[in-house]
Design a protein. Structure first.
Length: 765
């Protein structure tokens, strides 16, 4: 073996039997390189997109969960301690967790070996988050592999990547013989017919409807044509919309009178079977709708097998089909598709010449050739790394590594919930039915479900959706349609105990509903939440509680995530922000920079609301006030020993008087976590991330008694910290306060590790 070849080669991406193009590619390139370098150890890491793991082959040595940030760190540790010589990453924004797939960067920051990244998507006009991810990905990769000249051009012009860092290697293909299509047609039962083929995972972006629209014209001139649509619907599309796209295509074929000329084969086809389908094909069609596709594995497969192709002019097709190697047609143009197909069917000689040209070029794309070029790229990466070595493992101190957070454990929240909602109180860790339910806690629980869904947290998605449905149904029932006020307390017998709740509970309900509008992936949840929010918002104009103003503001900012610029919401946001600013000017002094003569409960929420308005309205004065008030509050709630001590509920803190140190409430720690992290988002000042960590550690035992309030066995949280003990009860408010804080801290890890990446706004009650 060439001594310069890496001895241990790891590949990272999806992996078969996961059904996606990246998984197929990762599996193929790993096997091809293993065959080309038999004395090297080749293995793979698989990115899972679902909680129930796939049955991977032995080549897969480790797995990581798409949305679990900590699994990326564990994967980095595994790669480092396995003494891997080179890591080959398959990059596509959608297969990694975090904003624009930023979880991957956590792994790349910690691995010590050279990294070669294959870019399956290269965006010429990325959004801000995608740009920041790509720029850091480029920095942390020793070599970049692209599959088309267009990819290298975009890297150079959009991201400033020098050509010397880029290797152009085509998409690999199996080595299929050049044979007449009739050889396989008999086996598939389409003998005597001209076969048009499209294959791959189905989805709306494939443009298959345009081929079906073209078929009447094609069939009129060539009645023996059959169009074969081969491939399963994309699993993510099935989970969201079922088979509506495929069924719509089938109805379209029937409406256009060509159902006898269309075959749908709803299967993910293994390579051996795929060879037969490709072999039986006369013309391959890729009617994709988007130009910005830098590579298409299906196009590469069929083109390399020597098949004539009619395609829309996305970037990969433009390069591969140039110089008479195929026919390009405009996007969304069935007539042009019909003319392109008939050009080949009318002229068998042209069809044959095109096939021969494609097959000749395809010899450079077979997997053994591609694998050899990958090995050359790996060697270059190793040579580059010798000149620029990475930091030694000894430098990985606690100060330089991310903060370890507790694992998510929702046992107690599930135990506290039934079909009506979440119970208010518990006796020890047992739900207290006698105290019933309240709107405040169901609002908190609804927001937690939406945040965990974004984070990919457990329990499984269907359980989160079920819980969220119960909590949202409770809020819907809580709204008194006669007054448009939310009631708060409900008995265990489902009887409301009041006509309307407090201003604060009403505003918390709006907060939760706004979050559901802005974040939920469940369209029904979004729409119901929007209706309830819009009914409950106008009454806030008469409210006098500053916290109700703040809670409503946080809900409005969440609502505006989905509907930016909504005039009624913008007007309400401006009015409530002005009211909080006015309150500050009336009350605040140099030695008491606060909104009221007393600092009581949920104090940091007033600051958080102004921080959000200050950033997004924008309102510079609101931002300045929010930071100043929060800085004072942080100093007031920090002991000489350096730990967090929230203002106690047994007297609060009045201007000119002593502050109460006990009883300390979990909601105060949670409010401080949320507000400090918002301050960090606004300023990028690490002081605020440290303050958030200080407040979060209060739950874990860094407090006046040195006792943890969070119970890692049950997943519950104590109701409070007394002067001599912690409460033995684990109610809903306290447990939700901990888990919402944990969700905040998990989101913040992305921000602290990658501060320039745009993250979604977070506002938790």
């Amino acid at each position: 073996m060439d001594s310069t070849l890496p001895g241990r080669i790891a590949f990272l991406g999806g992996y078969l039997p996961r059904l996606c193009g990246i998984a197929t590619f990762t599996s193929d390139i790993c096997e091809a390189v293993a065959s080309a370098a038999p004395e090297s150890l080749c293995f793979a890491g698989a990115v899972n997109d679902r909680l129930d793991a796939y049955n991977y082959p032995p080549r897969v040595r480790f797995e990581l969960e798409e949305k679990d940030l900590d699994s990326y760190r564990r994967a980095a540790d595994f790669l480092n301690f396995s003494n891997v010589d080179v890591l080959c990453v398959q990059h596509e924004f959608g297969i990694y967790g975090g904003p624009a797939g930023s979880h991957l960067l956590t792994l790349l920051r910690e691995v010590r070996m050279p990294v070669v990244t294959t870019l399956h998507t290269i965006l010429r006009e990325p959004n801000p988050a995608q740009r920041k991810v790509m720029e850091e990905l480029v920095r942390r990769s020793d070599r970049l592999i692209v599959m088309a000249h267009k990819g290298a051009e975009i890297l150079r012009e959009t991201y400033g990547v020098p050509d010397t860092k880029v290797d152009l290697i085509p998409h690999g293909i199996p080595n299929l013989p050049f044979i007449d299509s009739s050889f396989y047609k008999a086996e598939l039962g389409v003998e005597g017919r001209m076969v048009l083929l499209t294959f791959g995972l189905l989805g709306p972006g494939k443009g298959i409807e345009n081929v079906i629209e073209a078929l009447p014209e094609i069939v009129k001139r060539h009645p023996n044509v059959v169009y074969l649509v081969l491939g399963a619907t994309h699993p993510h599309l099935v989970a969201r919309d079922g088979e509506s796209y495929r069924l719509g295509l089938e109805r379209l074929a029937e409406d256009r009178g060509v159902k006898e000329h269309v075959i749908f084969y709803n299967r993910f086809v293994a390579l051996e079977d795929l060879k037969e389908f490709i072999g039986a094909t006369d013309i391959y069609l890729t009617p994709y709708l988007n130009e910005a596709q830098i590579t298409s594995g299906t196009l590469a497969y069929v083109f390399g097998a020597g098949k004539a192709v009619v395609s829309t002019p996305y970037w990969h097709a433009q390069e591969l089909l140039a110089e008479g190697r195929g026919i390009l047609v405009p996007f969304r143009n069935p007539q042009a598709i019909a003319e392109g197909v008939c050009a080949y069917l009318d002229d068998p000689a042209l069809l044959q010449v095109t096939r021969e040209r494609a097959y000749e070029v395809g010899r450079e794309m077979i997997w053994p050739s591609v694998a050899q070029r990958y090995l050359e790229s790996f060697q270059r990466a190793g040579s580059d790394r010798k000149a620029w070595p990475r930091k030694a493992f000894a430098e990985w101190t606690l100060a330089s590594r991310p903060y370890d957070l507790p694992p998510l454990r929702l046992n107690h929240i599930v135990r506290m919930s039934d079909g009506t909602g979440i119970f208010q109180h518990a006796t020890f860790n047992v739900p207290n039915f006698q105290e019933g339910y309240c709107t405040d806690d169901n609002a908190r629980a609804l927001i937690l479900c939406n945040l965990l869904d974004e984070l990919g947290g457990r329990p499984p998605e269907e359980n989160l959706d079920r819980l969220a449905t119960s909590y949202l149904a409770f809020l819907s029932a809580a709204l008194n349609r006669e007054t448009n006020r939310f009631r708060n307390f409900m008995s265990h017998g489902r009887q409301w105990l009041e006509d309307s709740g407090s201003e604060d509970s009403h505003a918390r309900a709006l907060w939760a509903l706004g979050t559901c509008v802005g974040r939920s992936r469940n369209e029904g949840h979004q729409r119901l939440s929007a209706q309830l929010f819009e009914r409950g918002l106008p009454v806030v104009e008469a409210f006098r509680s500053p916290r109700a103003w703040a809670f409503t503001l946080l809900g409005i900012h969440e609502y505006l995530r989905r509907f930016p610029g909504h005039p009624e919401m913008v007007e309400a946001c401006d009015r409530l922000t002005h009211q909080l600013v006015r309150l500050w000017h009336v009350c605040a002094t140099e030695d008491w920079p606060w909104f009221e003569p007393i600092a009581s409960y949920d104090n940091a929420r007033l600051c958080q609301a102004l921080l959000l308005s200050g950033q997004w309205m924008p309102h510079p004065e609101a931002l300045e006030i929010g930071l100043k008030a929060l800085s004072w509050l942080a100093s007031l709630q920090k002991t000489q020993a350096g730990h967090f001590r929230p203002i106690g509920s047994n007297g609060f803190c009045e201007r000119g008087g002593a502050r109460a140190d006990f009883d300390q409430q979990p909601v105060e720690a949670q409010a401080m976590v949320a507000a400090c992290l918002e301050a960090f988002r606004a300023t990028q000042d690490a002081t605020w991330s440290r303050e958030a960590k200080r407040a979060f550690e209060w739950f874990l035992g860094r407090n006046d008694l040195g006792l943890p309030l969070y119970d890692s066995r049950s997943g519950g949280c104590s109701d409070g910290l007394h002067e001599d003990r912690i409460s033995e009860n684990q109610g809903a408010e306290s447990t939700l306060a901990f888990h919402l804080s944990l969700a905040e801290m998990n989101f913040a890890e992305h921000l602290i590790a990658h501060p320039l990446i745009t993250l979604p706004l977070i506002a938790t009650p």
